[in-house]
Design a protein around this ligand. Structure first.
Ligand code: HSE
Length: 408
């Protein structure tokens, strides 16, 4: 007998209950166990729900019920959710979650508690929605040394950029649609400001680095300053604009960053549109592997949660282990790292060449005479900002580094 408790009946919580109940008989057959959802915890009432008899409001009921072996935390945030997850693990119950904020900020501690109590703490749904990425990295690619990961990790911003830049839609209108479709966070600032992608790349980086990488150590920039004009220059350069989250190991150090990038059309990430996510993983033996699928939404995310529940019930998969952060941070200061950048400014070409040296100028139709757009040689963001101090900058976007580029 394995009873399951669902915490939170929002988009992902209700999707998880639906997916589970629809396929329950198969799950029971495949696991050989009598599985069922016993409780759904939510502060709201759902008298019309077909699962109305399962709703409770007191978490103590769950934590004190020995029949409950797996708790699915789908509340979000890191206050009440953290308290529930910690107490459930300490009570000897396995926990699965889609909560990237919780994993990115408390992952090392919760993994330690899970190991101490010989239970599972799984979070496949926290990165990439329905795309399997955590378990493949932890299991299928465990033989390899993963040196870099770069991806489109936020469905909402990819949906917004696609609709704005390809179809000419307005930002506010597309954001509202993303919320309606259940893609956006409850506070969509986490999506458009890059914070959600940052949490996800921290989780992946912690996994490949074996040490907890915290969001506050990551340079993070969102998509709010991206314009149609920038997209036209990106097309002239031979690419598109995407919000890229990347982590790259070199020696004992890690460069990790979230920012909009010019992505060349040859890159496998350039054609990833709408709510889709894609994650490029590079290993020394495997070479490049790409994971692609729906990165947000009720059912894709719910499918990953239910898979984790079944893995926890079977208790066959081992927990991931990553250490707490060491005394010395392994994350390099991104703003000191050299990259190439696209710049759009009100400045003449002679001044630009004098300041930046060998640049490549870009063009777009109907650009005002005062506007100059170009690609810089390799330069750190710090130096770039210094050079731009007295310039009227209209757009500044990093060029995605070549994935096969060697870093020293
Ligand atoms: N708001 C997130 C996104 C949900 O848009 O990717 C999935 O994590």
């Amino acid at each position: 007998m394995s009873k399951i408790a669902i915490l939170g009946f929002g988009t992902v919580g209700s999707g998880t209950v639906e997916v589970f109940c629809k396929n329950k008989s198969n799950y029971c057959k495949n696991t050989g166990k009598n599985l069922d959802i016993k409780y759904i915890l939510d502060i709201r009432d759902f008298p019309e729900s077909p699962y109305a008899d399962k709703f409770i409001k007191d978490f103590n009921v769950i934590v004190n019920d020995p029949e409950v072996t797996v708790v699915a935390e789908l509340i979000g945030g890191k206050t009440f959710a953290y308290d529930c997850v910690k107490r459930a693990l300490e009570a000897g119950k396995s926990v699965v979650t889609s909560n990237k904020e919780l994993v990115a900020t408390k992952g090392a501690e919760l993994l330690r508690i899970a190991a101490e109590h010989n239970v599972n703490f799984f979070f496949e749904a926290s990165v990439g929605g329905g795309i399997p990425i955590i378990r493949p990295l932890q299991q299928c690619l465990m033989s390899d040394e993963i040196t870099s990961i770069a991806g489109i990790l936020n469905g909402t911003t990819n949906y917004i950029l696609t609709k704005m830049l390809k179809e000419g839609a307005e930002f506010a209108e597309v954001l509202a649609k993303a919320q309606e479709l259940g893609y956006a966070e409850s506070d969509p600032e986490a999506d458009v400001g890059g914070g959600d992608a940052c949490r996800k790349i921290c989780i992946l980086a912690s996994l490949i680095f074996g040490e907890h990488i915290y969001p506050e150590d990551v340079y993070t920039e969102g998509i709010t300053s991206i314009t149609k004009e920038d997209a036209e220059y990106a097309a002239n350069w031979g690419g598109v604009i995407k919000l890229i989250a990347s982590a790259q190991k070199f020696g004992d150090c890690l460069e990790i960053v979230v920012c909009p990038c010019f992505v060349p059309v040859e890159s496998q990430l350039s054609g990833v549109d709408d709510v889709f996510n894609a994650i490029l993983v590079k290993g020394t033996a495997t070479g490049e592997v790409v994971f692609y699928g729906r990165g947000a939404g009720k059912y894709p995310t719910a499918s990953a949660v239910v898979a984790d529940i079944l893995n926890a019930v079977r208790n066959e998969s081992k927990n991931i282990i990553w250490k707490e952060k060491g005394k010395e941070s392994c994350v390099v200061d991104y703003e000191k790292q050299k990259h190439r950048f696209y710049l759009r400014a009100n400045a003449d070409k002679t001044k630009i060449s004098g300041l930046f040296g060998d640049v490549s100028f870009l063009a777009r139709q109907n650009a005002p005479e005062s506007e100059t757009a170009f690609i810089t040689p390799e330069i750190s963001r710090e130096e770039l900002n210094e050079k731009c101090k007295n310039m009227n900058v209209l757009g500044k976007i990093q060029i995605m580094y070549a994935f096969d580029e060697e870093r020293t």
